[in-house]
Design a binder for this molecule. Structure first.
Ligand SMILES: [Zn+2]
Length: 244
């Protein structure tokens, strides 16, 4: 999608779909606030896995080049809606509660790898989870150990480390031992030419207000301090290349 068209589409979208916590939203911003939390209607391409066109084009080009190195770059997740993230969240929340964890501990465990609905970078359609399609028989595709030396996705991880940025993709949750927030995710890459702008806009949201308005399971345990820590560690403590 051409940038100008993207801007006009998203501004129209924000007028058509009003959302109370964003009453301070001004048209000078160019991203529909609903799209920041997975509740918009972005223009997407793809069937099972859906992408923004610009992200898909870059992904496709990267995939074609990686094929020459014997790797079949395959996205197993790209755009994800608020509702989908809510399903993931509530499924894990209930599973951990049934295992005897207290609500706070259950939430703490979920956010090792999964986001609070409304806060996933997958909502933006800019981030993708990648595996090697030549090794789809791995029992748990998105396990960090699959990318270790001698394991099925090692070659993929090495190739991405060397070449992904040439296509605009940056690893979001790096191995930096000082980094807080989400655990390292060798499969999660972000399309920087779009995602930096999305993050910049996302940071203007009153996150606690938005999440409280949604009222999903576990959301009554969010406090201002807890959300502030989540924002600083899980949203902002990422690859510095992806910060606005
Ligand atoms: Zn991901």
């Amino acid at each position: 999608m051409k940038r100008r068209r993207f801007i006009s589409n998203t501004i129209c979208g924000s007028l058509a779909f009003s959302f109370a916590p964003f009453s301070m939203f001004s048209l000078s911003q160019d991203i529909d606030p609903n799209e920041l939390i997975g509740k918009g209607s972005p223009e997407l391409v793809g069937t099972e896995i859906k992408f923004r066109k610009e992200v898909y084009d870059a992904y496709f080009s990267m995939r074609e080049d990686a094929k020459k190195a014997g790797i079949l770059i395959t996205a197993v997740s790209a755009y994800r809606s608020f509702e989908r993230q809510k399903q993931i969240w509530e499924r894990k929340y209930n599973r951990y509660l049934s295992q005897g964890l207290q609500p706070r501990d259950s939430i703490k465990k979920i956010i090792e790898y999964s986001t609070i609905p409304g806060t996933s970078r997958h909502h933006w359609g800019t981030d993708i989870d990648i595996v090697d399609g030549y090794h789809m028989d791995v029992p748990h595709l998105l396990a960090p150990s699959n990318f270790n030396e001698g394991k099925p996705f090692y070659k993929l991880g090495q190739w991405l480390g060397q070449h992904a940025t040439e296509y605009g993709f940056y690893r979001t949750y790096t191995e930096d031992p000082l980094r807080k927030g989400f655990k390292p995710e060798p499969w999660h890459y972000s399309y920087k030419p779009l995602s930096v702008k999305f993050l910049e806009n996302f940071l203007k949201i009153d996150l606690l207000k938005v999440l409280k308005a949604e009222n999903f399971q576990g959301s009554d345990h969010f406090t201002p301090t807890w959300i502030e820590t989540y924002r600083n560690e899980h949203i902002l403590d990422i690859n510095p290349e992806l910060l606005p």
